[in-house]
Design a protein around this ligand. Structure first.
Ligand code: NA7
Length: 287
């Protein structure tokens, strides 16, 4: 039976750990704020008190933490429990530069590094319907099969070299789409309201037409119902705008929309909406 260490049980990591348990895998979890990991005990997880304790004896290590520095710190702290040959699936969104840095850290500990960020936020994570954007050696794929099978609806294998960060590069492109779409939907609804209209009229006009989509419905619903329960927080979306901007700069690609979305997320954060769903970028349209 595959044993998995999950480092990070936030909005994404917790349901992912739960799905691994449901699939019958042995799971040890660690989270900086231990209280957030404790509910997973009821599902059969062992809650470790340190990253080192979590990874000891695991076949596969999954990291699902906020950013590259958090992942680097957690895996460095895990060092006493690591053993050469363990497979590390790095599933957080960390950016292209950090993916390379983390691959080097894996190399220093003899770990097999798989760059494997995911498309999808809280609900797909809960439903085991993430799309996994993976790059890593063929040899690791067998060990990861039950893990990725429990977490995702499909895995796109993008190459053998995790250090190249092909998964992370693709994630930069797809997350930019979600971020820009959220900002665009929020702005359209805000404009309608500012012009003295019921913003729901925008939803009514778009519904069923060529601009409609599941994503439009999801984000407009959040705004119209004033329900900003996070699927993906404003804070993490802002982080991603910076990573996407860096990726664009290093590739010589101008990305105007994502920079504008970043400004909106920073304003929303300053207004106190950092822990809410990124649809709360709506508030950034108003003083
Ligand atoms: P959340 O719900 O914001 O969770 C973030 C997790 O990262 C949570 O477990 C945090 O622990 C942890 N974290 C943050 N900073 C640190 C540091 N410095 N050290 C250790 N642990 C840390 O994010 P999501 O689950 O929505 O997303 C996770 C990743 O997937 C992210 O890359 C997204 O872009 C995609 P805490 O509970 O606060 O102690």
């Amino acid at each position: 039976m595959t044993s998995v260490a999950v480092l990070g049980t936030g909005l994404m990591g917790a349901p992912m750990a739960r799905n691994l348990l449901t699939a019958g895998l042995r799971v040890r979890v660690w989270n900086r704020t231990r209280d957030k990991a404790l509910p997973l005990e009821a599902d059969g997880a062992v809650v470790a008190s340190s990253p080192a304790e979590a990874v000891e004896g695991a076949d596969v290590i999954v990291t699902m933490l906020s950013d590259g520095d958090a992942v680097h710190d957690a895996v460095s702290a895990a060092a006493p429990g690591l053993r050469a040959g363990q497979v590390w699936a790095q599933m957080s969104t960390v950016g292209v530069e950090a993916a390379g840095r983390l691959a080097a850290l894996a190399g220093a500990h003899g770990l097999t590094f798989v760059d494997a960020p995911v498309q999808g936020t809280r609900q797909p994570a809960e439903q085991g319907k993430l799309v996994i954007l993976a790059a890593g050696p063929q040899a690791a794929r067998q060990a990861l099969e039950p893990v990725f099978g429990a977490l995702g609806q499909r895995t796109l294998w993008l190459g053998e070299d995790g250090a190249d960060g092909a998964g992370t590069k693709l994630k930069m492109a797809t997350v930019s789409l979600g971020i820009s779409m959220t900002a665009v939907v929020a702005e359209a609804l805000a404009l309608a309201r500012g012009l003295g209209l019921d913003p729901d009229l925008v939803r009514q006009v778009v519904s069923g037409g060529p601009m409609d989509s599941a994503y439009f419905q999801l984000k407009s619903k959040a705004v119209l119902e004033g329900d900003f329960t996070p699927s993906f927080t404003v804070r993490n979306a802002e982080k991603d705008t910076r990573l996407i901007t860096q990726a664009g700069e290093s590739a010589g690609v101008r990305l105007d929309l994502v920079a504008a979305a970043g400004e909106r997320f920073r304003r929303a954060e300053a207004q106190g909406h950092g822990d809410e769903d990124m649809a709360a970028t709506y508030f950034a349209s108003f003083d």
